[in-house]
Design a protein around this ligand. Sequence first.
Ligand SMILES: NC(=O)c1ccc[n+]([C@@H]2O[C@H](COP(=O)([O-])OP(=O)(O)OC[C@H]3O[C@@H](n4cnc5c(N)ncnc54)[C@H](OP(=O)(O)O)[C@@H]3O)[C@@H](O)[C@H]2O)c1
Length: 267
Amino acid sequence: MADSLKAVVAGGTGSLGTETCRQLAAAGYDTIALSRHLPDSPEPEVEHRVADLRTGTGLEEALTGADLVVDAVNEVRSPVEVLVEGTSGLIEQCRQAGVGHFIGVSIVGCEKVGFGYYRAKTAQEQVVREAPIGWSLIKATQFHELLAWAFAGLARYRLSPRGPVPLQPIAVDSMVRRLVEIAEAGPLNRTEPVAGPEVSDLSGLARAWQARAGRRCLPVRIPAPGKTGRALRSGALTDPGAATPGPTFAQWLQSPSPPVSDPPASG
Ligand SMILES: NC(=O)c1ccc[n+]([C@@H]2O[C@H](COP(=O)([O-])OP(=O)(O)OC[C@H]3O[C@@H](n4cnc5c(N)ncnc54)[C@H](OP(=O)(O)O)[C@@H]3O)[C@@H](O)[C@H]2O)c1
């Protein structure tokens, strides 16, 4: 790779953003992480700056001279303002700064599921596809870290979810390896699905987490009514053709420091 390409990762302190910054810096990019709050333990190879997608604060300065911008921002409470309008503003700032490649991140099957957050993700995808600069859109499945966080949250109430919902989770690390390959290759100007190595159902994933965490919980069936329920049960959140090498959820749980309690994910 040529020296001193500059990468800016919006949301660079989140689950996806932290690993993206780490791997881009390791690949030789001068890497800037943007977030509203500076982290307590900054990544040593990464420059952290304050910026807000909702107001546009800090974007112009951070994007000057950037070659690559990755949008790893997440917001579940005001997804339209931040993920749709905020991403639109970020792309416009990228255009003005002459950024060559914008990478957006969305979710496999979000267009088939009627949750408000998923509708905002679908609208955000359209904003990325209409970008007036080179773009790539990665649609990822749920991260192992997100499932572990959700299972740990329910286990606090001694509950464990069950349901015939196929999922195909992926380790953030595996997902980011593919993201960096796309960054190095240049804009795809199309959507690329990136999914975990195997499809498992929610019940099996929750049981695996419980076994590793050694937690006794009451199994509770998650209701999934109507069209959204049918979509979830029929595998809307999976894409077997996009299986990506890396640890399965069960293998990931066996890592030496088992990530079975609260990771920093919030998506
Ligand atoms: N988690 C999953 O399983 C999963 C799966 C597939 C796709 N994705 C997608 O991956 C992306 C990242 O998700 P994630 O789970 O890594 O998110 P996350 O851990 O919740 O991190 C969110 C990041 O966004 C920053 N942020 C939030 N609001 C902001 C704003 N207004 N301006 C600037 N920064 C802001 C946060 O820092 P501050 O709060 O300090 O600003 C943080 O750095 C999202 O697009 C999500 O849909 C996630």
